[in-house]
Design a binder for this molecule. Structure first.
Ligand SMILES: Cc1cc2nc3c(=O)[nH]c(=O)nc-3n(C[C@H](O)[C@H](O)[C@H](O)COP(=O)(O)OP(=O)(O)OC[C@H]3O[C@@H](n4cnc5c(N)ncnc54)[C@H](O)[C@@H]3O)c2cc1C
Length: 391
């Protein structure tokens, strides 16, 4: 049984991050959403100053060097202020670099990612493969001293402003499923790298998603991360950490939505009493904060299991993300309901949270795909006559 009580240091980090998120990030989110602009460079600089970039990157590369539980605590608070900030605080692109990057690759990119001067993108999804990532068809071939990329990616966050893109591509056509995928670094301005159409979304508009085309895109052979065909092995070991922390991000948004609506409801009057005093509202709020707390504890425990290197940490993390994303969708919708017509106004952050929560059930592993992992674990345990739980 994992211990996951927060230390005094983690509580202090939580307080400091909450202050920053509820002050600076809440205001930056409102302004950026209103103006429809990209996530501002100034916000990245403020996050760097606050020490909330590169949370999981070791200090020797310029990061914060935090364990997964501390990352989860901080991401929860950042998400409560502005979910869009969290993709910079802990970026998917750093995982392969840390797992298999050469000293030169780490030196070149990690420091900038951690101080906000380098924007990375993570390019895995293709028209033929989102959940079914093993089905990607973008090819990478070695030609002399170079690797050449040919193919197309879609839904790539911030590709238009990325200084470096971490690209997953097939280096072997006949490798068994899940093998034969390599990871290559492509820097901004590389010949043959084309940023195509922007996909308009209902949320996360400050981190827009793009088509990326590789038209005989040539990079030096030194841009391969790790070994040829080993790409997936470098991200699989991060799944527990990433999904436990995703659970915490969902918790942050859910908590922020309910707190905002409740603070409105204790003031708002209808039929001579405050909205917060109606029994129908009180029961709703009690149910929601109970679910949010359950989602928080699931996420923290999954984070602690990831820190322990527990064999079933990826299962616990999947459970956390499945549940917390569902709670975020429910909580943001109910927060809007509690505020009545006012909940729909752009004046309040609830309508943004309501829109952004839907991604949580889709990004970084859809709920359905994660349920496959959880049920596989349950069936394995049943075969061994063990209870279907994470011990
Ligand atoms: C805002 C946003 C940002 C994104 N950023 C990035 C990024 O930076 N980089 C990147 O590479 N990708 C990114 N993506 C892509 C995202 O990771 C994919 O959309 C996601 O993995 C799902 O893939 P898909 O859209 O192809 O859906 P599909 O895989 O086509 O799934 C469609 C539906 O089928 C279900 N399904 C699929 N397989 C199964 C199964 N075996 N059993 C049961 N149900 C199943 C899914 O759960 C889903 O409900 C982003 C997407 C969005 C919306």
């Amino acid at each position: 049984m994992s211990q996951y009580a927060l230390t005094e240091d983690q509580k202090a980090l939580r307080e400091a991050t909450r202050k920053f998120a509820q002050g600076y990030l809440v205001a930056a989110a409102a302004k950026t959403e209103r103006e429809g602009t990209d996530f501002p460079v100034s916000a990245l600089q403020e996050m760097a100053k606050q020490g909330v970039l590169g949370l999981d990157v070791p200090t020797e590369y310029g990061g914060q060097g935090l364990d997964t539980l501390s990352c989860a605590v901080i991401l929860e608070e950042l998400a409560a202020g502005w979910f869009s900030s969290t993709i910079f605080a802990m970026n998917l692109a750093t995982g392969p670099l840390l797992a298999a990057g050469s000293p030169e690759q780490k030196r070149k990119f990690l420091g900038g990612i951690c101080n906000g001067t380098v924007v990375p993108s993570f390019a895995l999804t293709e028209p033929a493969g989102g959940s079914d990532a093993a089905n990607i068809t973008t090819r990478v071939t070695r030609e002399g001293g170079e690797y050449v990329l040919r193919g197309q990616k879609i839904f790539i966050t911030n590709a238009h402003r990325a200084d470096v893109i971490i690209v997953f591509a097939r280096s072997s056509a006949d490798a068994p499923r899940g093998k034969g995928i390599s990871i290559v670094l492509v820097e901004k301005g590389t010949k043959g790298l084309q940023i195509g159409q922007r996909f308009e979304t209902i949320a996360h508009t400050s981190n827009p998603i793009w088509e990326v085309v590789f038209d005989d895109c040539r990079v030096p052979k030194e841009n391969l991360i790790g070994g040829e065909g080993e790409g997936f092995s470098y991200i699989q070991k991060d799944f527990a950490k990433i999904r436990a922390c995703y659970g915490s991000r969902c918790v942050g948004v859910a908590q922020a939505a309910i707190d905002y609506a409740l603070q409105y409801a204790v003031e708002r009057k209808a039929f001579g009493q405050t909205v917060a005093s109606f029994q129908g509202i009180r029961f709703k709020v009690a149910d929601l904060i109970t679910k949010i707390e359950a989602a928080r504890q699931l996420s923290y425990r999954a984070a602690a299991l990831a820190d322990e290197g527990h064999a079933e940490a990826p299962v616990a993390a999947s459970m956390a993300k499945i549940f917390a994303s569902q709670v975020a969708v429910e909580a943001t919708g109910e927060a809007m309901q509690i505020m009545g017509g006012h909940g729909l106004l752009k004046l309040h952050p609830i309508e943004r949270m309501y829109r952004e929560a839907k991604l949580f059930e889709i990004g970084d592993g859809t709920s359905e795909v994660l349920k496959l992992l959880v049920s596989r674990h349950a069936n394995r345990r049943a075969t061994d006559r063990q209870p279907a739980r994470v011990d």
